[in-house]
Design a protein around this ligand. Structure first.
Ligand code: NAP
Length: 278
């Protein structure tokens, strides 16, 4: 996906994956700084660990308490910090600027895939891990009316509810399943990744037919048992591919400072996911 975007922009760059042990994250970032990488994406568990390893945190990283995108920057002749891609000569003094593109990707995906708008809506959110917490806080910032939080470890959803009450006091947060209908069921648990997984909610307490729309953050497999069920009862339903796409497109925009070719990136992502599921 990123390499397709890079190629469409005509850049002589490559996007590569490196497996780094969490204990080695600081030295890996230092190595990337010294080797003049233009940028990095980080995934679990590095997103939170990296917070204290940045020279500067963007508002987005501070808001969500996690860094998924790093931009390497240096000072130009006017003394302004600029993205490394703007420099011909390789500067010695390089800083790490941390951003988070995950939260905006969640709402952009829900708008684009499901035509969802947020104000005044009732949402059931399953999961309170990294993605669940970010989704909960982002949805609250979009002024939803009621947010029902369910998680296997109830203490984690209670902690998220506490954060929402402190930051967005107008949003009603309820721990547990709703009665009646909801506008959206959002799965942010890892249940559905494996073929043998059960549904991510308790069928004695909730039924998919009580939701207008269903979004599953999982994108591989493309159709989880939850999505299959949702489509079967006529819900609007989508998987997490668009969320993955948009967090990546925003990262490429941060590194390049250019409008990115989202269509080329989407096509490459769909091809890759199609290959993975065949
Ligand atoms: P995480 O921090 O490890 O959280 C995992 C969540 O799943 C927790 O709420 C956990 O509950 C729950 N869970 C795990 N196994 C369970 C089980 N057997 N029964 C019930 N609940 C279970 O992971 P994450 O980063 O938040 O990711 C969560 C999901 O979102 C994953 O499927 C991931 O692939 C997906 N995701 C997608 C994107 C995207 O771009 N589309 C981005 C990020 C994440 P406990 O708190 O009780 O452990």
């Amino acid at each position: 996906m990123q390499n397709a975007g890079i190629a469409a922009l005509g850049l002589n760059w490559r996007y590569l994956a490196f497996e780094v042990h969490p204990d080695d994250l600081r030295s890996a970032l230092e190595g990337a700084r010294r080797m003049h990488f233009v940028g990095i994406n980080l995934t679990v568990p590095h997103k939170v660990l990296a917070m204290e390893m940045m020279d500067l945190l963007d508002e987005s990283a501070r808001t969500w308490g996690a860094v998924n995108t790093v931009r390497f920057e240096a000072k130009n002749q006017q003394g302004e910090w600029r993205p490394l891609r703007e420099f011909g000569e390789t500067p010695r003094d390089v800083r790490l600027h941390g951003f988070n593109t995950d939260a905006d990707a969640i709402t952009r995906a829900l708008r684009d895939d499901l035509g969802f708008d947020f104000a005044g809506k009732r949402i059931l959110l399953l999961g309170a891990g990294g993605a669940g917490r970010t989704a909960a806080l982002k949805l609250a910032s979009e002024k939803v009316a009621e947010l029902f939080l369910v998680n296997r470890t109830s203490g984690k959803s209670a902690a998220v509810a506490g954060e929402i009450s402190a930051r967005h006091p107008k949003v009603k947060v309820i721990l547990g399943y709703p009665t009646g209908k909801v506008d959206l069921l959002l799965n942010a648990t890892s249940l559905g990744l494996k073929a043998t997984d059960s549904l991510p909610f308790d069928e004695a307490q909730f039924s998919v037919s009580r939701s207008e729309a269903v979004y599953d953050m999982i994108y591989r497999p493309a159709e989880t048992p939850l999505l299959k069920l949702a489509k079967g009862v006529g819900c609007r339903a989508a998987n997490g591919a668009s969320m993955l796409l948009y967090q990546g497109a925003s990262a490429l925009e941060i590194w390049t400072g250019e409008r990115v070719p989202v269509r080329a990136m989407r096509q490459a992502l769909e091809e890759m996911l199609g290959r993975a599921s065949s």
